[in-house]
Design a binder for this molecule. Structure first.
Ligand code: DCM
Ligand code: MG
Ligand code: MG
Length: 233
């Protein structure tokens, strides 16, 4: 990436299940933060990191038009019944347009950031947008923050960590901030956790993004929308 990204859009999707169940989205949260806010993070008097004051945020709940798996319903607190009772619309054409226009109103170029995004959030967002024949901005890139944090960690220590849960979103947050993340498995809660982790490692993650982020465009035009599009390279 020749030019540094101007905006980082933190993304989390909740869905009806894991990737092998061909999930549909139940909740989406996008939080756009300018790189200047990541380079100059706010801190309180005690020096504790604060979320950026300036953020653009898009949070939407939707009717997945598909049964939620029992575990997905349990962890997210969403159900087909409550989404329908709240008369949520599906991930329809207008939803796709809202997502695209939200991205287009940010300073370009953009890097999308998600924890485990290469396996879940990016291909799932891609699939939902493609159902509506909507494309993402051509210049957009994406980075899997799970991979990035793991990679930085491996560079700093000789042996990679193999403790269960060490690189989960919650595990990383606990390690950095010595407290539990709030609102786990709500899209907005997970995005805030993701954003705070980025802020904590901002210097190195900004550098990583420039080196290792990938163009979104190939996965948008790839034959495989779900699951198999990504390999652990
Ligand atoms: N998910 C699941 N089972 C798990 C973990 C996740 O079905 N053990 C699905 C439902 C969640 C989605 O993945 O809505 C995204 O996960 P997360 O809340 O970690 O972002
Ligand atoms: Mg997630
Ligand atoms: Mg989540």
């Amino acid at each position: 990436m020749a030019m540094p990204f101007k905006t980082f859009v933190f993304l989390d999707l909740e869905g009806t299940g894991l990737m092998d169940t061909l999930p549909k989205v139940t909740e989406l949260c996008l939080v756009a933060v300018h790189r200047s806010a990541l380079e100059n993070p706010l801190r309180d008097r005690a020096g504790v990191l604060l979320p950026p004051r300036i953020q653009d945020k898009l949070c939407l709940c939707m009717d997945p038009c598909k049964s939620l798996g029992a575990h997905a319903a349990e962890i997210t607190g969403l159900s087909n019944h409550t989404l329908q009772r709240n008369e949520k619309r599906a991930f329809d054409a207008s939803t796709a347009t809202i997502v695209r226009d939200f991205l287009l109103r940010q300073a370009q170029p953009i890097c999308l950031v998600a924890h485990g995004g290469d396996r879940y959030d990016f291909p799932l967002l891609k699939a939902e947008l493609l159902f509506q024949a909507v494309d993402l901005p051509h210049s957009m890139y994406c980075m899997d923050q799970w991979k990035a944090v793991k990679c930085l960690d491996e560079r700093r220590r000789a042996k990679p960590r193999v403790i269960k849960g060490y690189y989960t979103l919650e595990g990383i947050y606990r390690r950095f901030f010595h407290k539990e993340p709030e609102g786990s498995h709500s899209a907005e809660g997970d995005v805030l956790t993701l954003l705070m982790i980025f802020l904590y490692e901002a210097k190195d993650l900004l550098k990583w993004s420039r080196q290792y982020s990938r163009r979104c465009q190939p996965w948008l035009s790839s034959e495989s929308a779900l699951g198999t599009a990504w390999s652990e390279d």
